[in-house]
Design a protein around this ligand. Structure first.
Ligand code: FEO
Length: 163
């Protein structure tokens, strides 16, 4: 069954949000590289790629359901933050907004009885649990680290091992 026009529009908006997420995290990677925190930067680069794969997943689904993908302009992300902690707080808050956006899509799918899209979106519902937990864990660790430079550099090494 072909997708409802409203659903195609909302899924395209979600593609835009995922690409903005990639752009935001790429900008955070650049901020961390500017501080020589290469492990933090690596983590953000991997995350940025993951966001693009989320956009791709929705893109493929729209075509599987005979819809049309349409790109919109991407907002400009911030380029610097007060501290690694403030960058990760923003990343965590951003993930909360993405979760709300996925929830809204699920609500729409339910409202128009689009069972296929509701089922497709369950992958994103589960993924958001992980996205929130990962960023929150880093926020908590950075709060514990505080001004301890040695601990920050050790954590930098740990984050750099993300594949
Ligand atoms: Fe694609 Fe980080 O949510």
């Amino acid at each position: 069954m072909k997708l409802d026009d409203k659903m195609v529009k909302s899924l395209n908006e979600q593609i835009n949000k995922e690409i903005f997420s990639a752009y935001l995290y790429f900008s955070m990677a650049a901020y961390f590289d500017s501080l020589n925190l290469d492990g933090f930067a690596k983590w953000m680069k991997v995350q940025s790629k993951e966001e693009l794969s989320h956009a791709q997943k929705i893109y493929d689904y729209i075509y599987d359901k005979d819809g049309t993908v349409e790109m919109d302009k991407i907002d400009k992300p911030a380029k610097s933050w007060d501290s690694p902690l403030s960058a990760f707080k923003e990343a965590y808050n951003h993930e909360l907004t993405v979760t709300r956006s996925i929830d809204d899509l699920v609500d729409l799918a339910k409202e128009i009885h689009d069972h296929a899209t509701e089922n497709f979106l369950q992958w994103f519902v589960a993924e958001q649990i992980e996205e929130e937990a990962n960023t929150k864990k880093i926020v908590d660790t950075l709060e514990m680290i505080g001004d301890n430079k040695t601990a920050l550099f050790m954590f930098n090494g740990q984050l750099g091992s993300r594949e």
